[in-house]
Design a protein around this ligand. Structure first.
Ligand SMILES: NC(=O)C1=CN([C@@H]2O[C@H](COP(=O)(O)OP(=O)(O)OC[C@H]3O[C@@H](n4cnc5c(N)ncnc54)[C@H](OP(=O)(O)O)[C@@H]3O)[C@@H](O)[C@H]2O)C=CC1
Ligand SMILES: CC(=O)N[C@@H](CCC(=O)OP(=O)(O)O)C(=O)O
Length: 350
């Protein structure tokens, strides 16, 4: 691909869209050529997000005002449901375009599963068939060749990273996986809602989507592929009064006399040489604040009190490895750039 890639960010007035922009402004091969919004169309980015004051950017427009022939790549940071129509139109209008989609619309390979979890039939089935699930460390080669990339969900990606190597190694009991996943509030996006008011979220915590959160479907898909048979983990997300971060505590039973140290070894081997997956020394407990603002996923393996049990903890920043950072990592591969371009570096801490 050309040295400079013309990029459109659809949904730039949202949280993942603005995070994409923050990253892409550091990218030496990107020219920001279009930014879209819905209610905020017509406004300047600096008026929607003052952190972009002093940065020369295109005005926010509606999607229909953008000429896709003037773009090489589109990042779609739009709501589920809306996205599949936008993507289908784009791919018909301009087949050469590469699309990185941050929504859930193209993540599930089986359209029946999509209909079951999302409550309506998929309406872009042809495009769905060619989408590649974008967990970079697992699907690097497929990602390089795709023109439609389905970026994983933030809860799902954070648990898939540790669980896939463990399931492939056959070292944990696939029928006894319990995932307690916590998230910060930015995961819900910028649209105002009663449940996201400070007075409804501060000084407390609660589970949500209990027994039915739609990220369970992504876990089913990827865990089953790794294990080579159907796997149905227990997964419960919780909302914490923090802005960024996913923190998944995963309770496991080991198989064949494996010790927690063996799980640590499997993960260290699987992710040796990876820039963004960091395995902490055995027994060390990760903290979400140590990945905040970075594209890193930190993993910890801790012994439980009883033989045959282990606890794995995985943490990411939902807007980075959980969304926009992961999206740019995939974009880099799709365009032939170094995978870590504009992404490498430690967290913002303290
Ligand atoms: N937040 C997160 O941590 C993560 C989010 N995602 C996914 O990424 C996508 C974007 O999420 P997020 O940035 O949080 O969402 P936001 O609600 O913050 O932003 C949504 C964006 O889409 C635009 N938009 C809304 N409705 C329409 C429409 N009908 N037509 C065109 N544009 C529209 C909004 O424009 P306007 O503001 O002008 O109304 C805004 O730019 C979602 O699919 C989400 O599920 C994935 C992983 C993590
Ligand atoms: C706090 C909060 O509401 N978080 C969102 C997760 C957002 C995300 O990762 O992804 P997708 O919406 O793209 O699947 C949720 O649980 O639905």
């Amino acid at each position: 691909m050309a040295e400079t890639v013309r990029v459109g960010v659809y949904g730039a007035s949202g949280y993942t869209g603005s995070e994409l922009l923050r990253i892409l402004l550091r990218h030496p091969n990107v020219s920001i050529s279009a930014l879209t919004a819905d209610r905020k169309a017509g406004q300047q980015m600096k008026d929607v997000f003052p952190q972009f004051t002093g940065v020369d950017l295109p005005v926010l427009t509606t999607i229909t005002e953008v000429d896709p022939h003037k773009l090489d790549v589109v990042f779609c940071a739009l709501p589920h449901g809306t996205t599949q129509h936008v993507v289908a139109d784009l791919m018909m209008q301009r087949p050469e375009l590469k699309i990185v989609d941050l929504s859930a619309d193209f993540r599930l390979e089986n359209p029946e599963e999509y209909a079951r979890w999302y409550g309506h039939a998929h309406e872009a089935l042809d495009q769905q068939k060619e989408a590649v699930y974008g967990l970079t460390e697992l699907y690097r080669e497929k990602i390089k060749g795709t023109r439609l990339l389905a970026n994983p969900g933030c809860h799902s990606g954070t648990s898939i990273i540790p669980m896939v190597p463990l399931l492939k190694a056959g070292i944990v009991d696939a029928d006894n996986i319990v995932i307690d996943s916590k998230t910060g509030m930015s995961g819900a996006g910028r649209g105002a809602s009663e449940g996201m008011l400070f007075s409804e979220v501060a000084e407390g915590t609660h589970a949500y989507g209990v027994g039915k959160h739609r990220h369970t479907s992504e876990l089913d898909q990827e865990f089953s592929k790794a294990a080579g048979r159907p796997v149905f983990a227990s997964f419960t997300p919780h909302l914490l009064p923090m802005i960024r971060g996913i923190y998944a505590t995963i309770y496991l039973r080991t198989l064949g006399g494996a010790k927690p140290e063996d799980l640590h070894r499997v993960l260290a081997d699987a992710y040796a040489g990876e820039t963004f997956i960091q395995i902490l020394p055995f027994g060390q407990v990760p903290q979400s604040r140590h990945v905040k603002g970075s594209n890193n996923c930190q993993l910890g393996v801790i012994a439980d009190r009883m033989d045959g049990r282990a606890i794995v903890i995985s943490t990411t920043d939902n807007l980075m490895k959980g969304a926009s950072g992961q999206a740019v990592q995939n974009f880099n591969l799709m365009c032939g750039f170094d995978e870590a371009t504009a992404l490498a570096g430690p967290a913002l801490f303290p």
